[in-house]
Design a protein around this ligand. Structure first.
Ligand code: DAH
Length: 337
């Protein structure tokens, strides 16, 4: 078989190879160790000297051409195969379901708290987590050398000595009262920081919601009514509430507020430490010194303030006994909410 004939023939043959198996048969027939090209090459030594070189070149270029044609046909067969697979794709088959997530339980509880107060006219205001020492302490009537400061101790910024991570959301009282004139009804959600060792009830970072109202003639009973509405909405209508005298530097009088234990209904159990009551927040009437710091006349205006921990409310609401569960992001925990 001479070379010119082969070239004319191969294109047709390759196009006729409609499967990878037939293409491979073709390849072996031409390019295999005992294939046609090998046979042609074997004839070279017996040729007249002057024909050898040009014949050798022709065989080589044929070999290259065949390789190219085979590769091209191979791609064609493979893509045809893919097309036919695609056309068998059954659009009636059920799809792969995407997992749908939901808000973190703390976000849910935080939003619920804010919604309750928002509905009765409180605006939502946020403040920075990096705060001045003044807003976190002095502006709130917590003198720098006063022992009560220890309760609100926090992390200081190494290169900015008068700046810290806020240890409560109360500094936003100072910011908001300096910026806006009364009447004010404000709620402040946000993260706070304390240098506490982590255990089942402590975390170096947690969430608070602060609330305060400033106007003429605000009474302690206004505070009681609003907090009772809040507690009943979150924990149910059958809870009881009590105000226990307490000390906070930024309120006078001050109280810690308890609800009757939602587990034992006040009889005493392990959750409430046999007391029948659970502490949910701190509150009081805004101290005149705080008003003076922010430039509001305490003879004309007064108001109340309160602050609560979101983790604590969520733990009580859902019966969660370890604060660390909120931050471990274990889906077995999170999926329950
Ligand atoms: N800032 C207090 C704390 O972190 C909570 C608090 C108590 C806020 C009484 C108040 C308040 O506004 O009146 O423990």
């Amino acid at each position: 078989m001479d070379i010119e004939n082969i070239i004319a023939q191969v294109e047709e043959e390759i196009k006729a190879a409609d499967s990878l198996e037939r293409l491979e048969e073709f390849r072996l027939r031409y390019l295999g160790r005992k294939g046609i090209l090998a046979q042609l090459t074997a004839t070279i030594p017996s040729m007249p000297q002057e024909e050898r070189a040009s014949f050798g070149q022709k065989v080589n270029s044929l070999k290259n051409k065949l390789n190219l044609l085979i590769e091209g046909q191979k791609k064609l067969i493979q893509s045809d195969k893919r097309d036919s697979e695609v056309s068998y794709y059954d659009i009636g088959m059920p799809g792969v379901a995407q997992e749908i997530g939901h808000l973190h339980p703390l976000t849910q509880v935080n939003d619920e708290i804010c919604r309750i107060f928002n509905r009765i006219g409180f605006s939502i205001v946020e403040g920075p987590e990096i705060e001045s020492e003044y807003n976190n302490f002095t502006g709130l009537n917590i003198p720098l050398e006063h022992p009560s400061r220890e309760a609100f101790d926090t992390f200081y910024l190494k290169d900015y000595p008068k700046m810290l991570l806020r240890s409560h959301t109360s500094p936003v009282q100072v910011r908001a009262m300096k910026k806006h004139k009364p009447p004010l009804a404000i709620i402040v959600p946000g993260k706070v920081y304390r240098p506490d060792a982590v255990d089942a009830s402590h975390s170096f970072m947690f969430h608070q919601v602060e609330g305060f109202m400033v106007d003429k003639g605000i009474r302690f009973s206004d505070l009681k009514g609003i907090l009772e509405l809040f507690a009943r909405t979150v924990f149910g209508d059958d809870i009881k509430m009590r105000f226990r005298p307490h000390f906070f530097p930024f309120t006078e009088p001050s109280a810690e507020v308890d609800i009757s234990c939602i587990i034992c209904k006040g009889k005493g159990c392990s959750v409430c430490g046999r007391k029948g009551w659970l502490e949910i927040l701190g509150a009081g009437m805004i101290h005149p010194n705080v008003f003076k710091e922010v430039g509001i006349d305490p003879k004309k205006y007064n108001g109340f303030a309160f602050g609560m921990g979101v983790e604590r409310i969520a733990m009580l609401k859902y019966g969660i006994n370890d604060i660390r569960l909120f931050f471990e992001n274990d889906l077995r925990f999170l999926k329950q909410f």
